[in-house]
Design a protein around this ligand. Sequence first.
Ligand SMILES: Nc1ncnc2c1ncn2[C@@H]1O[C@H](COP(=O)(O)OP(=O)(O)OP(=O)(O)O)[C@@H](O)[C@H]1O
Length: 606
Amino acid sequence: MAVNSFREDERLEGIGKAQTLRRLFSYMLQYKLQIFGVLICMLITVGITLINPLMIEAAIDVYIAGRDMQGLARLAVLAAALNIIFIIMVKVRMYVMAKISNQILLEIRQELYEHIQTLSFSFFDSRPTGKILARIIGDVNSLKNVLVNAVTTLIPDFITICGVVVIMVVKDWRLALASLSSIPLMAAAIWLIQKYSHESWQIFRKKGSNLNAYVHEGIAGMNVVQSFHAQHETQDIFAGLVKEHEQAFIRSARVADLFGSSVDFCWGIGAMILYWVGIQMIGAEYVSVGLLVAFGTYINMFWNPVMNLSNFYNQVITNLTAAERIFDILDTEPDIVDGAKVQELPEIEGRVEFEGVSFTYDAGTPAETKVLEEVSFLIEPGETIALVGPTGAGKTTIVNLISRFYEIQKGRILVDGYDIQNVSLESLRRQMGVMTQENFIFQGTVRENILYGKMDAAEEELVAAAKAVNAHEFILKMEKGYDTVLKERGAGLSIGQRQLIAFARTMVSMPKILILDEATSSIDTHTELLVQQGIEALLKGRTSFVIAHRLSTIQKADRIFVIDQGGILEQGSPLELMEKKGHYYQLYMAQFKGIERTDGRAGNTQ
Ligand SMILES: Nc1ncnc2c1ncn2[C@@H]1O[C@H](COP(=O)(O)OP(=O)(O)OP(=O)(O)O)[C@@H](O)[C@H]1O
């Protein structure tokens, strides 16, 4: 269940803005040398820009006025050479900064992706995939300009401002004070604006995430949308989300626009005060007209970079939220991690024991409801346990707990006598095979899909696994056999074929404990037989938990657990339970008997 659905804005833990920026820019530290090179390039380009007017002045006043055509030609060659250097420096700067920023984005994205893979099921339960995608793709992309401009704007403009202030103070501290008198006003205005701007950009990004989540959900569930002719409804919801996104953007852009206007306003005020004070001082003969004119130029030289910096600051505020959202995920600790003193689970036989296990999904919340209460059982290696019971009884929960996908609140789960809390997750999960109903097929060849079970499996192992679960023959009939490229989620394959490939994937991993959530969907009789035989091959010789829907699987199980009311209501062999005429018998009579099918599948076990 997604707590944060597309209808609900994400919650963000507040990380300080300064801390976020420090963390973001810390990625640049490893490129110190390249950044130093970029600054040198910028210094050269600034120098050439400053020299250009001087060369024009010399051309007019010295060479043209003196009719020195050779000198003029020399100056032209010099100007051309300098301007070629200028172009080269600009290109080098752009190239290096693009490379650095892309490298950093790659690094952040990689870090995010790797971290997301360590997060527990509870993280994914609470976030739609689209929102996670929005952070990995959109948010990371939007950091690019901030990173580039941090070097190309922040450093040079800051240096320019400091330089101009020093010159102004040295020339005349009173005029300097007058010129800069509007700075406190600007600082106050910018502080106020950035506060609102940051909030409104946060809302904008959240609305973008909602939109992303909805689009992702809509595409993933397109078959449901189309089969129920729900296109109009989904389009309306989409239009609503687009509108919210757009309004959030307009609001944010309006606030952001105030940055430039307030700098302009303070610039004007500063200039007015300068001339007013300056003229008073000329009257009193404290300053010359030339100095006042020079200050008129300096004030522009001061405010121009201030304007650039305010634009950069605006950009930082606009994209700070993106960085916050990225770090929010990076700072999310996985709920389930290896403890400090875990040991490797040695090769197991497959004994599984629950000792007074209690579990709830919402531990610590007011909505807390126990899904399992004091559940205990012992499964011997090689046993097949069929889990049956009404929907929502806790069958999937039990099997998820064996793989330690969630943390139990009370009791112990032991595998071969080892408490699963005390062994490394990797050594535990490596020895378990989990097959959900989804049978997820990745985009790639049949071979790659099967090898997901064991990446280093030899070709013989792969083929043997496929043969064992009856998948080999149908794979060979495919266009390119094991090299046939499958589409994402197995589009183009029948449900039975998807199951057979998933069986082969599990088979090749040779798990000691198998967890199988049998699919309920109908498949043709021939494939059904193949699937059934495939399941039997999978179950052989390993401890298996099957959330069983097929009568044949239930009948062949060593024991059946009837799950309900937070625990195991009844357990025993199929025969014992039938003879006992208890819960299983009633379930069987109520749900199976009347609808038992010729292909041996129960219509609805749950
Ligand atoms: N990720 C989750 N977060 C919160 N509650 C959950 C989660 N998964 C399951 N539940 C709740 O736990 C209870 C047991 O669910 P579980 O999936 O184990 O039932 P089940 O017996 O496997 O049902 P079904 O046969 O329909 O798959 C249900 O009430 C369900 O709503």
